[in-house]
Design a protein around this ligand. Structure first.
Ligand code: SAM
Length: 264
């Protein structure tokens, strides 16, 4: 992070820091990193838990909160039998400067039901939120919901807290234009880099553990073969979210149960 001032300006930081909640030796929150991220990009997506954000939230003082997304997992990660089984994590979106000046590409799923929606009055607690009515048609595009289901990486993870590509992809595509640059300062196994490449973005990945750096190199060096194979069969070969063939794939919650995944 000390070298962050040497980095080129990026469109966004998309990162998954150490939450500081386990006994893993690397799981230590590096104080001050959100200030460093503010030198690099005008927006940041940061994974974390509610406990982490309550504890470290003051370190985001350089940032304004834009929105929060919930990653709904298919299985939990804690074993405490006296609490609710924890099946989710958060990703908070922060920005600096003018909201209107940011690159934003709302994400959609193609599972709308036909209707015309009219807003009666502009809610006072929002600024300009766009047109006051819109029509949708069956199977047409619908704004992706903020609760996004994606299967955890159990069985193939090479990082202890690896994020699935399907939860990183909508965040990255929202904030980074095609050809744009994303920085991940806690890269782990390189999920952000893998998603960037599959969706036509560029990425700078920073990771302190050498074994994880090797895992990233291995993962990305295999990417071309995997991507070429999947691309041949993918319906959405433009790097956007594509319809998945079965219901075991991730989907935005409450959107007709239709599954979505990253097209490679
Ligand atoms: C939560 S994991 C990221 C997992 C990643 N999202 C993935 O899908 O594989 C956080 C990573 O940050 C790394 N890390 C911890 N402290 C760091 C630091 N000061 N600088 C760079 N990386 C660090 C850890 O080694 C760990 O791999």
């Amino acid at each position: 992070m000390a070298l962050a001032h040497l980095l080129p300006k990026a469109d966004a930081v998309v990162t998954d820091p150490p939450y500081g909640e386990t006994s893993l030796d690397w799981d230590v929150w590096p104080d001050g990193w959100p200030d460093v991220a503010a030198l690099v990009a005008p927006q940041v997506w940061c994974f974390g838990s509610m406990r982490m954000f309550l504890d470290k939230g003051h370190q985001f003082r350089a940032w304004k909160l834009a929105q929060d997304v919930v990653w709904e997992k298919h299985n939990g990660s804690n074993n405490a039998n006296d609490r609710f089984r924890r099946l989710h994590e958060l990703a908070l979106h922060f920005y600096r400067g003018e909201w209107g000046a940011l690159h934003k590409e709302p994400q959609f799923t193609n599972d709308a039901t036909a209707r015309t929606v009219r807003r009666k009055a502009q809610p006072q607690h929002w600024g300009d939120i766009g047109p006051s009515s819109y029509a949708s048609e069956d199977g047409g595009p619908k704004l992706m919901g903020s609760v996004i289901y994606a299967r955890s990486c159990h069985g193939y993870a090479v990082n202890e807290t690896q994020k699935p590509e399907d939860i990183v992809a909508p965040l990255l595509q929202y904030s980074v234009p095609p050809g744009g640059l994303v920085v991940d300062c806690f890269a782990g196994s390189g999920t952000t880099g893998a998603v960037a490449r599959k969706t036509g973005r560029r990425a700078i990945l920073i990771e302190k553990r050498e074994a994880q750096c090797r895992a990233i190199v291995n993962r990305l060096s295999q990417g071309d073969l995997l991507a070429a194979n999947v691309r041949a069969n993918a319906p959405g070969a433009d790097g956007r979210l594509a319809r998945a063939p079965d219901d075991r794939q991730p989907r935005a919650r409450g959107q007709g149960g239709r599954p979505w995944r990253v097209a490679c």
